[in-house]
Write a protein that binds this ligand. Structure first.
Ligand code: RB5
Length: 149
């Protein structure tokens, strides 16, 4: 189950993300927003992030104007590693090396076809583990307030 959420600036991208999820046969839960009325992106980033952090959803895809604000908000939730992607290479590497569990996209930055390619490659790429698991473990220690030194 994939958590999806957006603010008013990200809403026009959401149907394209849903189209990719449908194409891949991946179920999703939509945490809003569902209109163009102005809302606060941290609320929606947190709703999707909490669903991923709790295990209700395995991963999340969130959208705002740039992907920046909603991604920042999501990454403040314990256990979330959210990547804001504007290219397919970063999308792939964020899964292979960083085990990103949330993807943030900017509806005012990306064309819909590039956004769909980013979503496809991000969903289809698995974490490589091994030496990268140690480094991701270090990120998680920082998330818990621990020191790496
Ligand atoms: C909303 O105007 C806009 O600030 C928001 O969607 C997002 O781009 C913030 O990072």
């Amino acid at each position: 189950m994939i958590a999806i959420a957006c603010d008013h600036a990200g809403i026009d991208l959401k149907p394209h993300v849903i189209a990719v999820l449908d194409e891949l046969g991946i179920p999703y839960k939509d945490f809003g927003t569902n209109s163009h009325e102005s809302v606060d992106y941290p609320v929606y980033g947190a709703r999707a992030a909490n669903a991923v952090a709790s295990g209700e959803c395995s991963m999340g895809i969130i959208m705002c104007g740039t992907g920046v604000g909603i991604g920042m908000a999501a990454s403040k939730v314990h256990g979330i590693r959210c990547v804001n992607c504007t290219d397919t290479y970063s999308a792939k590497m964020s899964r292979l090396h960083n085990n990103a569990n949330m993807l943030a996209l900017g509806a005012r930055v990306l064309g819909s076809e590039l956004a769909k390619d980013i979503v496809r490659i991000w969903l289809m790429t698995a974490f490589e583990g091994e030496r990268h698991a140690r480094r991701v473990g270090m990120i998680d220690r920082l998330d818990r307030g621990e020191s790496l030194e």
